[in-house]
Design a protein around this ligand. Structure first.
Ligand code: SF4
Length: 223
């Protein structure tokens, strides 16, 4: 049965993930770009797509389309071709619409609700953009994050869990108010390298507080 984590557990998990992250953060150009436009494009491409797959596409895309205006002038077929290897081709039309809106003078706001008004921007993209590129507190929820929290706290999850209020509240509880950016990057990177579909529990820094690990007999402490 699910038990809301106490302060000690939350602190342990936060510190464990951030500590791991400091030694293992992945380096991607969108994490350091000064272009809000390119950062937003990156977050759109990263939605439901592995970062390693996005990397070559992002490099070509941003070299070709430096501004919303240049992208707004591209033919849809061209955009589709550029992102073809990532699948989810419906994004191409929305990316073009976004470029058109931005090229007409609409700015990329840092406010979560304003971001949601832009084409191609849903809750995941708005949260990631606010947290990583605007330094505003937001928790991040994608299917990997759901898998992590589901395992940590022994919660059954499904395809719709990422949209549930339960997951939203849990992610908000776990995400620190100040070090949210470090934590969110650590969660994304840990779920891409350690808490993967076949989890690498033996080298996981937070296994001591993980119900999944405990249930598989990996930890014999009090649970
Ligand atoms: S102990 Fe295993 S299942 Fe638990 S968070 Fe770490 S990698 Fe994931």
């Amino acid at each position: 049965m699910y038990k809301s984590p106490n302060k000690q557990t939350i602190r342990f998990i936060r510190n464990g993930l951030i500590g791991w992250g400091k030694k293992n953060y992945r380096k991607f150009p969108w994490r350091h770009t000064k272009s809000k436009f390119h950062a937003l494009i990156a977050e759109i491409l990263l939605q439901r797509t592995k970062a390693d797959q996005v990397l070559p596409v992002y490099k070509v895309f941003t070299a070709k389309y430096k501004t919303p205006y240049s992208l707004s002038k591209a033919r849809l077929a061209e955009i589709k071709k550029a992102i073809k290897s990532l699948g989810l081709l419906w994004r191409a039309g929305l990316i073009k619409k976004l470029a058109v809106v931005l090229s007409r003078g609409k700015s990329i706001a840092c406010d979560y609700h304003e971001l949601l008004k832009l084409p191609a921007v849903g809750p995941y993209v708005a949260s990631a953009f606010s947290s990583f590129h605007c330094n505003k507190f937001r928790s991040i929820i994608d299917s990997n994050v759901v898998r992590l929290y589901g395992r940590l706290f022994g919660v059954k999850t499904g395809p719709e869990t990422r949209r549930s209020k339960f997951m939203y509240d849990l992610a908000n509880l776990m995400t620190p108010q100040k070090a949210f950016k470090a934590y969110n990057y650590a969660v994304l990177d840990h779920t891409a390298a350690i808490c993967v579909s076949k989890p690498r529990c033996e080298i996981c820094p937070i296994k001591k507080e993980c119900r999944y690990y405990f249930r598989r007999g990996g930890y014999y402490g009090k649970k």
